[in-house]
Each structure stands twice: as structure tokens, then as C-alpha cells.
Design a protein around this ligand. Structure first.
Ligand SMILES: NC(=O)c1ccc[n+]([C@@H]2O[C@H](COP(=O)([O-])OP(=O)(O)OC[C@H]3O[C@@H](n4cnc5c(N)ncnc54)[C@H](OP(=O)(O)O)[C@@H]3O)[C@@H](O)[C@H]2O)c1
Length: 328
């Protein structure tokens, strides 16, 4: 089987090597998956660079989100899983940017026959993160205002859809007119090109000066600093990521004076601390998908060979929605 591997750290297009390897076999409690589709994520770029919080030993295959068919089961796993269609997170090391991978049974979830492979591969990390962040961490309520930064991105586009599904008024920021249009089409009511204008005034104007109740921030840096200026009384700023490259400091006196919360979100940690949250969220996401309330924005389907250049585009703001590698 073919798999992208990283032997030394650096930019994806410089360090990814396409290799022919033996298909990995499942260990105890694991399944082996024939991968049909793998969605790309910003953490794949960070992992190639060695900048991600978790660092697999070299050589490794990046790719954190796959959909495919269970080919084999390891010791202790019900053989009834063989042949089932699943999505989930592959093991570190074997990774997802490959024609086959392995995963712990607890990291995969069944998907309906009717769901396409690209949609399935895109319905896990970003939607799980968005749902857990908005509902479990921020307790978003119908009628509240939600501002989503980098709204045209993978994480952002999912958050816009989930905010609308929760009955919120959704605003977004995005870099450049094309991405602004993407956010509008997703249903955001107010969209600001934050590379051209300040979003603080726009949010205040749209909320009678009150600010946004929930701010979803995968960008960090200056974007976080400015978000503090338009967060509402009892608002919640969700810390999702740092694509700007800078982790901002949160002055505690400001949080006190304005009565808002800065809320950390590390969705992956639920796999360790409370896996039931992930299972319940999967059930709810399948329900929302079935009801037509969410539908991943798959902007591009690629052949496996095209992955490194696509990851470079993802790293340099050149993609929107989800980019998915198809294995066959
Ligand atoms: N907390 C969690 O549990 C969790 C889970 C999943 C992902 N994440 C994080 O969420 C973030 C977004 O991931 P993603 O896969 O959805 O990526 P993405 O949003 O598809 O792409 C990143 C976007 O960030 C924006 N951006 C702003 N400044 C940037 C800069 N200096 N360089 C590059 N991009 C910049 C760009 O949008 P504009 O051009 O519109 O500005 C870019 O398109 C990542 O930091 C990731 O690690 C966190």
C-alpha cells in the first residue's frame, strides 16, 4: 500500500515521501481500515514541522481523520466489525494519509450507507471540536450571537454550520473576498474581511454595541487581542488554535472587568478523559447530518499524490472548507 511518510521535519512539500509499505495489522483492541478518504487538517502541517503538541517518532505518516472499511480486527475485537463503514482517528504513526491504517476500536464510529466517503472523512475532527466547544464548553443558547474567526476554513466552516444549527446569529471573519463569499454562502449574517478591515466595529454595529456572546477563535495572536474588544457581558471566547503563529496572552484584569470567560478547548483530550462525550457527539452529528442541518463543505477532492502541495496551500491560507484525499 502507498503511504506518505515524514523522515525529517520541515514544510510538507519538502519532507513528505510517498512510499510502498506493508499494510499495517491491528494490535489488540484495534482494527485495520482500508482508507477510502482522508481529510487534511492544519495539525497535519504542524506535525510535519514538528510544531504540534503531540510528536510521533520518525518516520511517521500524518493524517488525523479518515473514512473507510474495516478490513481486519485485532485480539479482543468482535469480528462483526469487519466490512463495516467507519470514520475516525487513526493511530499515530500509521496515520491517515495512506491507503490503509489502524485505529483503536474506541477511535472509530460507524457511518450510514448513504453517507459519501468525502463527507464522512470531513465529519469528525472539525465538527466534533465545534460541537463540543459550542455546546459543552460555551453552552451556546438559541438567539445568542456567535463570531467565528477564519470562518471559511475547515474548523471555521463547521462552526458556522453548527452555530446556525444551534439557533445562534452567526457572524464570521475571513481573509479575502473569496473566503468572505464562502462564509456568506454558509449562512453567516455579517462577514468581515479581517485582512482589510477591523471586525470589532462591525460586530458592535450588528449587536447594538453589546458584542458577541461567543467567539470561536482558531487564529489567536492579534485576532484574540481584538476579540477581547467585542466580547459581550458574560461572553465566552473559545480558544481553538493558533494558525496566526502567536499564542496571545489573556490579561485576567480585562476578563474580570468585562465579566467574560476565556475557555480552552482541547477536543482530543476527551478520548482520554471522557470518551463518552465523543460517542454522544458522534450520534448528535449523525442526527444533524441526516436532518440536513450540517453538511461538510468539501472544496476539493485530490489524488493521494497531490497531498503535499495541498498541505502547503492549507498552511498558507490557500484553501477553504475541507480538502480530502481519495485513495481509490
Ligand atoms: N482545539 C482543538 O481541539 C482543535 C481541533 C482541531 C483543530 N484545531 C486547530 O484549529 C485551527 C484550524 O485548523 P483547520 O484544519 O480548520 O485549518 P483551516 O482553518 O482550514 O486553515 C487555517 C486558516 O487559518 C487562517 N489563518 C489566519 N492567520 C493565518 C496564518 N498566519 N497562516 C495560516 N493560516 C492563517 C486562514 O484563514 P483566513 O485566510 O480566512 O484567515 C487559514 O485558512 C488549527 O490551529 C488547528 O490546530 C484545534
Amino acid at each position: 500500500m502507498r503511504a506518505w511518510r515524514v523522515h525529517e521535519l520541515g514544510e510538507p512539500a519538502d519532507v513528505l515521501v510517498l512510499e510502498d509499505l506493508e499494510a499495517p495489522e491491528p494490535g489488540p483492541g484495534e482494527v485495520a481500515i482500508d482508507v477510502e478518504a482522508a481529510a487534511l487538517n492544519f495539525p497535519d502541517v504542524l506535525m510535519c514541522r514538528g510544531h504540534y503538541q503531540m510528536k510521533p517518532p520518525l518516520p511517521f505518516t500524518p493524517g488525523a481523520e479518515v473514512a473507510g472499511t474495516v478490513r481486519a480486527v485485532g485480539e479482543g475485537v468482535d469480528p462483526g466489525w469487519i466490512g463495516r463503514r467507519v470514520l475516525g482517528i487513526p493511530n499515530f504513526g500509521p496515520g491517515g494519509l495512506a491507503e490503509a491504517t489502524t485505529a483503536p476500536l474506541g477511535a472509530i464510529h460507524e457511518i450510514p450507507e448513504s453517507m459519501g466517503w468525502s463527507a464522512a472523512a470531513s465529519l469528525f475532527v472539525t465538527y466534533q471540536t465545534g460541537h463540543v466547544a459550542l455546546h459543552r464548553r460555551a453552552h451556546i443558547q438559541p438567539g445568542e450571537t456567535l463570531l467565528v474567526h477564519a470562518g471559511a476554513g475547515g474548523v471555521g466552516s463547521a462552526a458556522i454550520q453548527l452555530g446556525l444549527a444551534a439557533g445562534a446569529r452567526v457572524f464570521a471573519t475571513a481573509g479575502g473576498p473569496e473566503k468572505v463569499e464562502v462564509c456568506r454562502k454558509l449562512g453567516a449574517e455579517v462577514v468581515v474581511d479581517y485582512r482589510a478591515e477591523d471586525f470589532v466595529d462591525a460586530v458592535k454595529a450588528a449587536t447594538d454595541g453589546l458584542g458577541a456572546d461567543v467567539i470561536y477563535d482558531p487564529v489567536g495572536g492579534d485576532t484574540f487581542d481584538r476579540s477581547r474588544k467585542c466580547i459581550a457581558f458574560e461572553g465566552r471566547i473559545l480558544i481553538i488554535g493558533f494558525t496566526s503563529g502567536r499564542m496571545a496572552d489573556a490579561p485576567t484584569n480585562h476578563a474580570l472587568i468585562k465579566n467574560y470567560s476565556v475557555v480552552g478547548v482541547h477536543w482530543g483530550l476527551y478520548a482520554l478523559m471522557n470518551p463518552q462525550v465523543i460517542a454522544d457527539t458522534h450520534t448528535e452529528l449523525m442526527r444533524l447530518f441526516d436532518a440536513g442541518a450540517i453538511d461538510p463543505l468539501v472544496s476539493q477532492e485530490l489524488d493521494l499524490e497531490e497531498v503535499p502541495q495541498a498541505l502547503d496551500r492549507l498552511a498558507t491560507r490557500g484553501t477553504w472548507g475541507k480538502v480530502v484525499a481519495r485513495m481509490r
